[in-house]
Design a binder for this molecule. Structure first.
Ligand code: NAD
Length: 976
């Protein structure tokens, strides 16, 4: 095979060549360059382009080639770099890898391939589909493209040998489809709805493909969509209408550990259906993404760790494909000469004709390899992305990364000139070496899971069917024991009361989840006496033992995760994912505070000096009241309780009236874990009487409160008084509300911004303290963003939280519903009602239609007050200065965010946005314990950070003990 010719891509000539060459040498330059390339198509003026180019490439820390440095210094003098010139350059760069939008150009390019004897498959580039309108548009574009290509290819001379398999002609018109583009609300917990919706958009495409004799391939995208893609493929092509046509296939990724099993499944399916399908075997293009996402979530990484393992897997899977040639057609998608040679050699061993399989390569890459394969009488197909530049950027950046990667075959061959022996080494042997090296390194450092270090509990992966079934079963089980009474718990003993209050399902006010005993002042007093009785002994239990008990509690919560999720779903109206996140966070709080207490439990030497020992240690405050809200009914309640008790205090737990059943379950688990009686006591009852009484009580040493500003301020004030007989200054941990803001800059990545703002504003019906409620959009880009955002909002699925794929459910109570509806009515007089959703006509549920107001003035209630529901206020800002001023014009300072791709504006947001938790280029909810310690200041709270290193200190007082070690001039040796 002749691969001596260096493809144009890797010559060092021209802008592209020199940029790539430099990118391969300088990692940071590569990052900055690719980020610039990513944002470029959205920049509309020369000034904007010049600004971004300077911000990315002239940041002082960058090692630039002399030519590039000169060009940047020349500023606007270098016309090609600044202004439209650079856009043209990058467009040219992009066009090396993708076809444009112009029909004539697309047809001409495909025709040229045909003339060279190369077949094609066309992929339609698109933005991330965030709304149903966009999914419709995508399907329509596909239909158009198919019709156009069918008409044009019919005029071409007969297809070359690439479209002729050993079994006869194969369809010349070949389309690759991304299923994620056909439905905007894909939810891992609800694959059934996704299949139904995607199938509805696919059927017309398949019908037309069958009429035109076209071939339809399902591309493989992220791992999260893999099972859905396989299931959809099998389901739709089993439907009687499509059981025998159109011709179809799907891609499988060799870098996934699952693929061996998936390939066997696909082959078995094809056999059972007596239908030949094509399997396009690729290596996989999202390695970084899959690795990072799995690590962030604490899930097993689905891809092989080493590139050599993927190459070895590709070879193994190639053999499996060829060995099943009677049932499936193989398409090998690779640019790696060793992978290609191996497939050819295996085919020969099996006595297969070279026409019985094909090679697929990307448009614009590895041209000399394609020519060589044609010379070898092999069939070659090019994967040709078609579309506009903005959606094409993600594709372009993937190609650029591939071309500059240290591990890509092409870069190693052409740019680095590695030897033939090196390039053709057996990947299985290389993988074995890598694995040995890794094993040796981890045994040297003892790195395999060091005990005692806090790790976040992984959320449930609802892609797994058994995980979904657990939730369904838990909901059924809970329904079987609904409406039971839940007494108060004092000294571990149940205490009844005269009054009971029902806890109702927000989706059905006739459904009583449980009855909660209502404490009066008398029970509050007896609980306080129990806590005061237990605390002195409890504080003498070693910190280590207290920590172990709290970890035991975490383990019990984990054991009962599904049952607790079911309670969250029915009692608090959280959807599956949010319910799971709340339970996971409760586990995290326990484990995190236990780990922290182990550290604080050891006295710490202060400044060393001879003849004297000085140690600081921590002492619990005494007895406290934990007053919690309903919106994180388990996590916040558990977090405040765990922190207080692990520190050696005793507590009275006062949950919200809305979610007592979850609180009662937590209390059961506290008892089961083995805490001594009296250390934690459950006091349910009205905040205004029982809660207020305890806050004012002289025998209460501290209050851990999370809730509204209104109640928080009252508590803060009351706790400041010191009636006669009170022995302590009361400590108040006070976490209150927010009016959280996100700025969307004019250069923001809209795919990310729309999805992130949607989730932040409407997740849990806007009832998170961190929820987005003020959205500030830069004037330039405002209309485009709002168009996509409103369409995305209109695509939300609305229904009871127990429906697995639901996005938006009812709000917590009838009272909350009426209050929010009144705010919306009042809001209509203050601002423009841009959009309002429709909720199910279900009088027993507490639905509030999701609502978006635009042109919201800064002095309006909509802009200033916490609404705590699915209501979003949008304000337009002239420029970034005004956006920051608007964002900071609030009495609250809880969460905030900024979507921008300008490094300077990102830095300004970091420095100037006033809030406790700031998120850049991501949603503003979902803080994780230990990773994003959470809490605000100003009227949002006292500056404490739940899930942070300093949090436990709020429940302790520091003491320092000094001992004079010098006796009669004799000092012991240091350290004794
Ligand atoms: P809320 O203030 O109405 O109630 C919170 C708790 O305080 C409940 O247990 C309630 O019974 C009790 N309470 C009420 N009046 C009392 C009084 N006079 N004395 C003592 N206790 C009293 O809040 P909510 O509706 O349950 O929760 C929603 C609020 O919580 C929102 O404002 C939200 O922003 C806030 N929140 C803040 C955070 C945070 O971390 N900053 C987290 C979650 C919720």
């Amino acid at each position: 095979m002749d691969t001596a010719e260096t493809p144009a891509l890797f010559t060092k000539k021209g802008l592209y060549g020199s940029l790539m060459d430099w990118a391969m040498r300088e990692e940071r330059f590569k990052t900055q360059l690719f980020r610039f390339v990513d944002v470029l198509p959205t920049l509309n003026s020369s000034a904007q382009i010049a600004k971004h180019l300077k911000e990315y490439l002239d940041d002082g820390r960058l090692n630039l080639s002399p030519a590039l440095r000169t060009a940047l210094k020349a500023g606007t003098g270098a016309a090609w770099l600044f202004g439209p010139g650079v856009k043209a350059q990058v467009t040219g760069m992009a066009r090396q890898f993708m076809l444009g939008e112009d029909e004539k150009e697309v047809i001409a390019a495909l025709r040229r391939l045909n003339e060279r004897g190369i077949a094609f498959t066309v992929d339609l580039l698109g933005e991330t589909v965030v709304s149903e309108a966009e999914a419709d548009a995508y399907a329509a574009r596909y239909l158009e493209l198919m019709t156009l290509l069918a008409r044009e290819t019919a005029k071409w001379p007969p297809a070359g040998k690439s479209n002729e398999s050993s079994r006869g002609p194969v369809p010349r018109l070949n389309l690759s489809i991304k299923i994620s583009a056909l439905y905007s609300q894909i939810h891992p917990a609800d694959p059934e709805t996704a299949i139904e919706k995607i199938s509805a958009r696919l059927r017309p495409l398949l019908r037309r493909a069958a009429e035109l004799g076209a071939f339809i391939n399902f591309d493989m995208e992220s791992y999260a969509l893999k099972n859905l893609t396989l299931r959809l493929f099998e389901t739709i092509f089993s439907e009687p209408e499509f059981a025998s046509g159109p011709a179809c296939g799907l891609a499988l990724q060799a870098y996934l550990r699952d693929t061996e099993g998936d390939l066997a499944r696909v082959i078995a399916w094809a056999r059972s259906q007596r239908r030949r399908i094509t399997v396009r075997l690729v290596k996989g293009a999202y390695w970084d993404y899959e690795t990072v996402i799995a690590q962030q979530k604490g899930w097993a990484v689905p891809v092989f760790e080493f590139k050599a393992e993927t190459d070895a897997s590709f070879e193994k899977l190639s053999v499996a494909l060829l060995e099943n040639e009677d049932a499936v057609d193989a398409a090998f998608g690779t640019h790696n000469v060793r992978s290609i040679a191996q497939a050819l050699a295996q085919a020969e061993r099996l006595g297969l004709d070279r026409g019985s399989f094909e090679f697929q390569m990307l448009y614009g890459m590895a041209d000399s390899i394609k020519s060589a394969l044609l010379q070898l009488d092999c069939r070659v197909r090019e994967y040709c992305p078609v579309g506009a530049l903005v959606p094409g950027m993600a594709y372009l950046v993937r190609r650029l990364l591939e071309n500059t990667s240290n591990e890509g075959f092409l870069a190693n061959k052409f740019a680095k000139g590695e030897s033939r022996e090196e390039l053709l080494k057996n990947p299985a042997e290389l993988a074995a070496v890598e694995q040995q090296r890794k094993a040796a390194a981890s045994s040297d450092t003892g790195a395999s899971g060091s005990p005692g270090v806090f790790r976040n509990e992984p959320p449930t992966d609802f892609n797994i069917e058994s995980a979904r079934e657990k939730i369904r079963a838990a909901i059924r089980e809970l329904r079987g024991k609904m409406g039971r009474p839940h007494p108060l718990i004092i000294n571990h003993r149940p205490v009844s009361s005269r009054e009971w209050r029902p806890s109702l399902n927000p989706a059905n006010q006739n459904e009583v989840i449980g009855q909660a005993a209502q404490a009066t002042i008398a029970e509050a007093e007896s609980a306080l006496a129990a806590a005061r009785g237990a605390q002195p002994k409890w504080m003498r239990v070693p910190a280590e033992e207290r920590a172990s008990l709290v970890e035991k509690l975490a383990a019990l919560i984990r054991r009962d995760k599904a049952a607790l999720c079911a309670m969250e779903i029915l009692e608090a109206g959280k959807n599956w994912t949010e319910a799971d996140a709340d339970v996971v966070e409760a586990i995290d709080f326990c484990n995190f505070y236990a780990a922290e207490m182990r550290v604080l439990g050891k006295p710490r030497r202060t400044q060393p000096v001879a003849g004297e020992s000085n140690f600081q240690s921590w002492r619990p405050r005494g007895v406290g009241v934990v007053i919690a809200p309903w919106n994180f009914p388990l996590a916040i309640l558990t977090g405040m309780t765990a922190a207080a008790v692990v520190a050696g205090n005793a507590v009275l737990i006062k949950p919200s009236d809305q979610t007592p059943v979850i609180a009662a379950r937590l209390m059961d688990l506290i008892m089961e874990a083995g805490f001594p009686p009296g250390v934690a006591n459950l006091i349910m009852g009205p905040g205004g009487t029982v809660g207020a009484h305890l806050v004012a009580h002289p025998q209460v040493d501290f209050i851990a409160f999370t809730g509204s500003k209104e109640v928080g301020l009252k508590i803060w004030e009351t706790a400041g008084r010191t009636p006669a007989g009170q022995m302590n200054l009361k400590k108040v941990v006070c976490e209150m509300g927010g009016k959280n803001c996100v700025i969307v800059d004019s250069d923001a990545d809209l795919d990310e911004a729309v999805a992130g703002c949607m989730a932040s504003a409407f997740g849990y019906q806007g009832q998170k303290c961190s929820a987005l409620s003020r959205l500030i959009v830069l004037a330039e880009g405002h209309d485009k963003f709002m168009e996509r955002f409103v369409a995305a909002a209109a695509s939300m699925t609305i229904g009871p939280a127990e429906e697995p794929g639901g996005t938006l459910g009812p709000v917590i109570s009838r009272e909350a519903q009426q209050r929010i509806l009144a705010m919306i009515e009042a809001g209509k007089k203050e601002a423009k009602l841009a959009w309002q959703g429709r909720v199910p006509d279900e009088p027993l549920a507490c639905y509030v239609p999701p609502t978006i107001f635009t042109e919201v003035p800064r002095d309006s209630r909509l802009f200033r007050e916490e609404i705590f529901g699915p209501v979003l206020a949008v304000t337009r800002a002239r420029d970034f200065d005004e956006a920051l001023a608007l964002a900071n014009d609030s009495e609250f300072a809880l969460t905030g965010g900024c979507y921008s791709r300008s490094p300077v504006n990102i830095e300004r947001a970091k420095a100037e946005l006033v809030c406790g938790n700031l998120y850049i280029n991501r949603g503003i909810t979902g803080a994780l314990v230990g990773r994003q310690p959470f809490g605000g200041f100003k009227m949002s709270g006292g500056g404490t950070k739940a899930g942070g290193r300093e949090y436990l200190q709020n429940f302790l007082v520091p003491r320092v003990i000094t001992e004079n070690c010098l006796r009669r001039g004799f000092a012991p040796a240091e350290g004794e």
